[in-house]
Write a protein that binds this ligand. Structure first.
Ligand SMILES: [Zn+2]
Length: 292
């Protein structure tokens, strides 16, 4: 059975900390480097529900995409939600390791997993890492569809292939537009609009798109937008990462048992939509515009 330090060294080779953004907090958050690891759980969010799942399945190591602490803290008291997470982990001898923007930029990384889930072929990074001579690392991915789809068909595929969430897939653009090329970025992607426009793709699939950047992108170009739940765009990475660790475990004869959490930790839990065909039809009569 490997020690935690051996496993985290292997994880650091997959997702080097040097790739992380300067503001990020990646690596081991909780854990004794000398403790033994047998069972590992991968998840997107280090929230109590996931930590309870790690306890339930007898995990020794929880690997999450999102950091527990991103800024400095002065307390891990158990009456704070993050402090309770730390207490639960320590009491149950479970380590926590985070791979965030280092996993975004890695090859393969979060957006490769997203492209894989959508069954589109990765051509190159959307924002290449200038320090990578292979040109494969970086933020987001530019992808090609094997066969062109309409925007409607692509949205249906995303809804089918990504884990289901209350949000579903929001779409902006002509549903009958032909999509041959697609940029994808797991997590919040609206800071990447300039790179997406420069890449000349037909569509952009990401999460957390805000009104103004999305509206401006639509006004400037015919770029179609697909906005999925943040959690859903990053969850495919858990399966990719688990498969990578499985392979390492086999190679070293570690015999690790590697699990992926299926718990939906997207904070949005319900979605209300009118059955009426046009969003405008839902305006109260007093607010409806009358032709002048
Ligand atoms: Zn994220």
């Amino acid at each position: 059975m490997p020690r935690l330090s051996e496993v985290t060294t292997a994880l650091a080779a997959l997702w080097p900390a040097s790739l992380a953004e300067a503001w990020d907090a990646v690596g081991t958050v909780v854990g004794d480097p000398d403790s033994e690891v047998n069972r590992v759980l991968f998840a997107v969010d280090p929230v109590q529900e996931i930590v309870d799942e790690a306890v339930r399945i007898g995990a020794d190591l929880l690997v999450t995409h999102h950091p527990l602490y991103l800024r400095g803290t002065t307390t891990v008291a158990a009456d704070t939600f993050k402090g309770k997470v730390v207490h639960t982990l320590v009491k149950n001898d479970i380590a926590l390791h985070v791979a965030h923007t280092n996993a975004d930029k890695a090859d393969p990384g979060v957006s490769d997993a997203l492209a894989g889930a959508l069954d589109v072929r990765v051509v190159r990074p959307l924002v290449p890492d200038p320090t990578d001579p292979s040109g494969r690392r970086g933020l987001g991915r530019v992808c090609e569809l094997e066969h062109p789809l309409t925007l409607r068909e692509l949205a249906d595929r995303a809804a089918d292939r990504l884990p289901a969430t209350a949000q579903g897939i929001r779409v902006a653009g002509d549903p009958d537009a032909t999509i041959r090329t697609l940029a994808v970025s797991g997590g919040s992607g609206d800071s990447l609009f300039d790179d997406v426009r420069a890449s000349g793709v037909d569509a952009f699939l990401t999460a957390d798109l805000r009104h103004h950047p999305a509206s401006e992108a639509r006004e400037h170009t015919s770029l179609a937008l697909l906005d999925a739940a943040h959690w859903a765009t990053e969850w495919p990475w858990c399966e990719l990462a688990a498969a990578q660790l499985d392979e390492i475990s086999d190679r070293h004869g570690w015999g690790l048992r590697v699990h992926v959490s299926r718990t939906v930790t997207d904070p949005w839990t319900a979605h209300a939509a009118s059955a009426r065909p046009s969003p405008a039809a839902t305006l109260p009569a007093s607010a409806a515009r009358t032709p002048s």
